[in-house]
Design a protein around this ligand. Structure first.
Ligand SMILES: Cc1ncc(COP(=O)(O)O)c(C=O)c1O
Length: 431
């Protein structure tokens, strides 16, 4: 998961200053790069057009006459309930680690589902709780670096965010177990497989401890965002045991809310979002979601069932993504090694799946790197975005999203990013 240079992060701060000659060379290369006409967006983990084309058959599905569900219902009409079509629920059950009866398939976004769950909890409370969650006192655990939109949800509803460091195999469980002794801690964000942005997968021990731990809040929830469950880049496919099954065994069946979507399987923002949960939680969700809408878009569900068919079909489809993405991630790794390896200025992750590479540059330098890259025409996600409130206390983490640019642009971008890192991290005299 983590390469040698990352493991040596402690040594980075004491690395020798760049020789003056080297630095002059980098400056000259940076200036030469500035005169090139470069405009590359490396901000968000968006699929590229070639990836989207893998699902173009969706544009013609379900086709004229293809609107009938397996139980004979007419998907053009109001039909079924808030939990989605049975064939769609079955399709995603294995991916979410739940029986189909515990899966709800909704509309186009898992983030929208997370939002709604949070809003329902704040408005009505969740099963097992005695009152609605409250924005005045309640708190959420936020593994860092993490996904900015999770943090944005807490920010939008004034939930206090408590930082938990990631370790390379999931969140630091000693910190988590200590923090959940506070009854005001109601939830925790988790991206258990190929985490955004570090790419790490939670170890079995971490998953077990999350399922078993004692929480002071009886209505504590794991917001288990398994966005990258099937997004492998190598033959060594990573995964986690079913958090639903483990929590159930530990007597905390209502603890996890497991989210997923096809945003990075079929069409981003035009696919399907889904959630798996205990029967009690699902009934709670259906009750509140049923007030908000008569039901989700069943035609889109049918389209997806026709395209992907079953879990094996889904995995086969993901091989197409891997063939496009793996060379891009290999290029990023190769560039980082070639330009930065052994220089003590940065460490980085080498993920086996997902959408991101996470970089730690010398403390206090991340913002400067983003600015220097911007002046070269390369847009990176603002430094700090991977932390709550956009504030990385060390100003050190950068998130690279290699999926969107084509491979030629990516090579150019990596050269510019590495030059920006070399300059930013050697600007100040080292202690
Ligand atoms: C961890 C994670 N969860 C959720 C999403 C968004 O998913 P959706 O498009 O289903 O709302 C993303 C998108 O980048 C993500 O990285």
């Amino acid at each position: 998961m983590h390469n040698t240079s990352e493991r040596s992060s402690a040594r980075a701060a004491s690395a020798p200053a760049a020789a003056a000659g080297e630095r002059l060379q980098w400056e000259a290369r940076y200036r030469a790069f500035q005169s090139r006409d470069v405009s590359i967006d490396m901000t968000r983990g968006k699929p590229c057009a070639q990836q989207l084309s893998l699902s173009d058959a969706l544009l013609g599905l379900p086709g004229r006459g293809g609107y009938v569900g397996e139980d004979g219902g007419d998907a053009r009409n109001y039909y079924g309930g808030p939990l989605g079509l049975p064939e769609a629920r079955r399709l995603f059950a294995t991916m979410l680690g739940a029986p189909a009866e515990q899966v709800a398939v909704a509309n186009n976004s898992s983030l929208a589902l997370m939002h709604d769950m949070l809003a329902f909890a704040l408005l009505h409370g969740v099963p097992g709780g005695t009152q609605p969650w409250t924005d005045e006192t309640d708190r959420f655990l936020c593994p860092v670096p993490g996904y900015d939109r999770h943090f944005a949800l807490c920010e939008a509803y004034d939930l206090e965010m408590l930082l938990v460091p990631m370790t390379g195999s999931g969140p630091d469980m000693a910190v988590v177990e200590e923090l959940v002794r506070d009854p005001r801690v109601k939830g925790m964000w988790c991206v258990p497989v190929y985490s955004n942005p570090t790419g790490e997968t939670y170890s079995e021990e971490v998953v077990q401890r999350l399922a078993r731990m004692r929480t002071a809040a009886p209505d504590f929830r794991l917001f288990w965002d398994n966005a990258y469950a099937v997004h492998h880049l190598t033959d060594r496919e990573e995964g986690v045991p079913s958090i639903l099954a483990l929590s159930e065994q530990a007597g905390h069946g209502d603890r996890p809310l497991v989210f997923g979507s096809t945003s990075k399987i079929t069409f981003a923002g035009a696919g399907l979002g889904m959630v798996a949960a205990s029967r009690t939680n699902l009934e709670w969700y259906a009750r509140h979601a049923g007030v908000r809408s008569i039901g989700p878009d069943k035609l889109n569900q049918l389209r997806h069932v026709h395209l992907l068919r079953n879990h094996s079909g889904l995995l086969e489809h993901m091989n197409g993504h891997r063939a496009i993405l793996a060379p891009k991630f290999a290029l990023v790794e190769e560039s980082l090694r070639r330009h930065l390896g052994g220089r003590g200025v940065a460490t980085w992750t080498t993920p086996r799946g997902g959408y991101f590479v996470s970089l730690q540059v010398r403390e206090g330098c991340a913002r400067r790197v983003v600015e220097l890259a911007r002046q070269l025409g390369i847009v990176l996600v603002p430094a700090g975005k991977t932390y709550p409130l956009g504030h990385d206390p060390r100003d050190s983490n950068l998130r690279l999203a290699p999926s969107f640019p084509d491979i030629a642009d990516l090579a150019v971008a990596m050269e510019g990013i590495c030059l920006s890192i070399l300059l930013a991290c050697t600007e100040e005299p080292l202690p």
